[in-house]
Design a protein around this ligand. Structure first.
Ligand code: FES
Ligand SMILES: [Fe+2]
Length: 449
């Protein structure tokens, strides 16, 4: 049978699930951080109005830490990528073996974009008139120096953004007065320390244009009590409605217990039914695995995952709790990065699609541990708005994402024609959304306010 706990009339919580664990669970999983919210509504202007988008451009994207690329995208000196956000563009470049810098992608002469593509270079040379900078941003050469005697070469350096790294992710903050990334991330680093103990690489990278504001797209992943309606095939094996929802300063998380029966599951499934659902095996096909007699679905999945990860991270996997190996830890790093903890490989990123507030770009990175030599990062698969994720080689995840995507543009259309001018959030399961909007309020001030 499924792992159904006898709790009387009380609904199951994640803390009840942790009580089942065969190991000591990480302290941070035992600690709840519910936050304190005195509102349940947000204005739909945030998703539909051009003014909000303009205010985000000015007050959010130019002032906030944001995930730009992975370190492995720029492994050698001179390697660079072009990172674009809401109509702004930045060059992120490895300027020395241990130094990554980021510059606004604009020439100091007459503003031409310095780089249009990712690549490798020995210097940063503007294609228009050829003024050239060293990789560290200092001026190297002006083709007609007598024309620029009024320019102080010392001060004609490329302006720098702040740069920080965490777990192989490169972050930039265009605000030169931003504090360090480390204090921005706070306890996140500690919470991921076991999960990301082994180095990872980009196993897959898929981007897709979504016909909805970037927050509509992202918020589709910031709670999961939509699963019984949107992903009914997942309900037998994930305890939706029993998630633990925690908010911190600049990050938030919700934890969905896996392989236990949740309060939104209308009957008590057998171990076999749970495993069929987990592995997407139809009733008329043979289940390709055999759990031990009396083994619960949770015990069975934990056993298999522990063995699989032993090969990747070695004997330290013995310290990992069952929870680390089976549950879903969905984090949001404000504003737009969603790394999953545990043995999951998923990292989402959401951005406005160029300068358009009614469409967005959703990216899926799978970051996986590896053995032996670091494999090269996967090339980005670019999907248009009508291309399904299922076509991009993401396995079962692709099908689930397509179910989520089917809601997004319908949400946008709904919001555009709504008479009620607010969205109304659930009291607990949507606390991550409330946290997001409260932080947005701290950054985004409408002009005139
Ligand atoms: S615009 Fe860059 S050198 Fe002229
Ligand atoms: Fe979903």
């Amino acid at each position: 049978m499924g792992e159904k706990l006898d709790l009387g009339d009380r609904r199951i919580t994640y803390q009840d699930v942790l009580d089942l664990d065969s190991r000591e669970v990480p302290k941070h999983l035992r600690e709840e951080s519910r936050g304190d919210f005195d509102f349940h509504e947000a204005s739909i202007d945030r998703y539909v109005s051009r003014e909000w988008h303009e205010a985000e451009k000015k007050h959010l994207w130019r002032r906030v830490w944001q995930f730009a690329c992975r370190e492995e995208h720029i492994p050698e000196v001179g390697d660079h990528i072009v990172y674009e956000i809401a109509g702004a563009s930045y060059v992120v470049i490895r300027s020395a073996p241990d130094t990554i810098r980021a510059y606004p992608n604009a020439c100091l002469h007459r503003g031409r974009q310095l780089k249009q593509y990712a690549g490798r270079c020995a210097e940063i040379r503007c294609p228009f008139h050829g003024i050239t900078w060293h990789l560290d941003g200092t001026l190297k050469r002006i083709p007609a120096p007598w024309e620029f005697e009024h320019v102080d070469p010392e001060r004609f350096q490329l302006p720098q953004c702040e740069v920080g790294t965490w777990a192989g992710f490169v972050f930039i903050n265009p605000d030169p007065d931003a504090g360090p990334l480390e204090s921005y991330l706070g306890d996140l680093v500690d919470q991921f320390s076991v999960w990301f103990a082994a180095e990872r690489y980009v196993e897959a990278h898929v981007s897709k244009v979504i016909r909805a504001n970037w927050k509509v797209a992202q918020e589709a992943f910031m709670e999961c009590w939509h699963a019984p309606a949107t992903h009914p095939q997942t309900v037998p094996y994930a305890a939706f409605g029993a998630c633990q929802v925690d908010v911190y300063d600049n990050f938030a998380r919700f934890i969905t217990p896996s392989e236990v029966v949740g309060p939104m599951m209308p009957w008590d499934p057998t171990t076999e039914e749970m495993l069929r659902s987990t592995m997407d095996v139809r009733m008329d096909e043979e289940l390709p695995v055999t759990p031990a007699p009396d083994e619960t679905a949770r015990q069975f999945i934990v056993r298999g995952t522990r063995e699989k990860w032993r090969g990747l991270v070695g004997e330290q996997v013995e310290q990992w709790s069952d929870a680390d190996l089976v549950d879903n830890f969905t984090y949001t790093v404000f504003p737009n990065m969603m790394p999953w903890g545990g043995v999951h490989k998923i990292v989402y990123r959401f951005r406005p699609n160029g300068d358009d507030h009614r469409t967005s770009i959703m990216e899926v990175f799978l970051v996986a541990p590896f053995t032996g030599e670091r494999p090269p990062p996967a090339r980005e698969v670019v999907l248009g708005p009508d291309d399904p994720f299922a076509s991009a080689g993401l396995g079962i995840l692709g099908n689930v994402l397509d179910q989520d995507c089917a809601n997004m543009e319908k949400v946008q259309f709904g919001l555009e024609s709504a008479h009620k001018r607010t969205v109304t959030f659930a009291s607990y399961q949507e606390n991550n959304l409330k946290w997001m909007h409260r932080l947005m309020d701290r950054y985004v001030r409408m002009d005139g306010e």
